[in-house]
Design a protein around this ligand. Structure first.
Ligand SMILES: CC(C)(COP(=O)(O)OP(=O)(O)OC[C@H]1O[C@@H](n2cnc3c(N)ncnc32)[C@H](O)[C@@H]1OP(=O)(O)O)[C@@H](O)C(=O)NCCC(=O)NCCS
Length: 185
């Protein structure tokens, strides 16, 4: 099957239940306690940056981007969750969704993107591992899976600190609260 057989399109409200089912299947029912979900607390996906892959009318993939603040100072996007139906994996669908999202994010003037995920996969679209201690997250996370991509050259220069959703960024977490979550994309 070539990647011509699926199409990439903007997410529609009618896709929501299919996307939730796909995310449950891909990440498990306990996905909402993962650290990456703490980064989405109180936020909505960024308008114009939620895409799906369809085979005919069947939704086979999803990607979204969320707003972030680093050290309460720098804005960034959070990429994820990214998920493809198991039967449609390995055909370039995940890469195609990311390329569409990153290209559109760049057109919309966004400068940097952060994610929690497998470097060997995301390096295919230009993500690199954050240096030790550069970005800290509000929960336990494997530092090897904290990645970023600059959409503007130099956009990550000097950027470091606690990464949070804008809402939480203004209501800093209480000490000790972070322990309740798990690492995950
Ligand atoms: C990760 C995921 C989105 C990849 O989607 P996909 O459409 O199958 O991927 P693509 O077809 O774009 O890319 C396939 C290539 O990436 C590789 N790849 C896929 N997942 C990978 C991973 N987690 N780490 C390293 N390489 C990976 C495949 O081996 C394949 O390599 P090849 O081209 O050399 O054969 C999909 O496997 C998925 O939904 N997984 C479950 C949810 C998940 O874990 N998402 C986030 C990962 S951090």
């Amino acid at each position: 099957m070539s990647n011509k057989s699926y199409s990439i399109a903007a997410e529609k409200p009618s896709d929501l239940s299919h996307i939730e089912q796909l995310l449950d299947d891909a990440f498990g029912l306990d996905r909402r306690i993962k650290t990456a979900y703490r980064l989405r607390e109180g936020s909505q996906p960024v308008d114009g940056l939620s895409f799906v892959a369809r085979l005919g009318d069947t939704l086979v993939g999803t990607i979204r981007f969320w707003p972030l603040r680093v050290a309460g100072r720098w804005s960034s996007l959070l990429l994820g969750p990214l998920a493809i139906q198991p039967d449609f994996r390995g055909y370039g669908c995940g890469i195609a969704l990311m390329e569409k999202g990153l290209e559109t994010a760049s057109q919309l003037g966004h400068e940097r993107v952060i994610l929690v995920g497998d470097e060997p996969y995301y390096s295919r679209v230009g993500f690199v591992r954050a240096k030790q201690g550069m970005l800290s997250l509000p929960g336990p996370v494997d530092p090897n899976r904290v990645l970023y991509r600059e959409l503007v050259d130099g956009a990550m220069n000097g950027v470091s600190g606690l990464v949070m959703s804008p809402v939480r960024s203004t209501a800093l977490t209480e000490p000790g609260e972070a322990e309740q979550t798990q690492d995950g994309c």
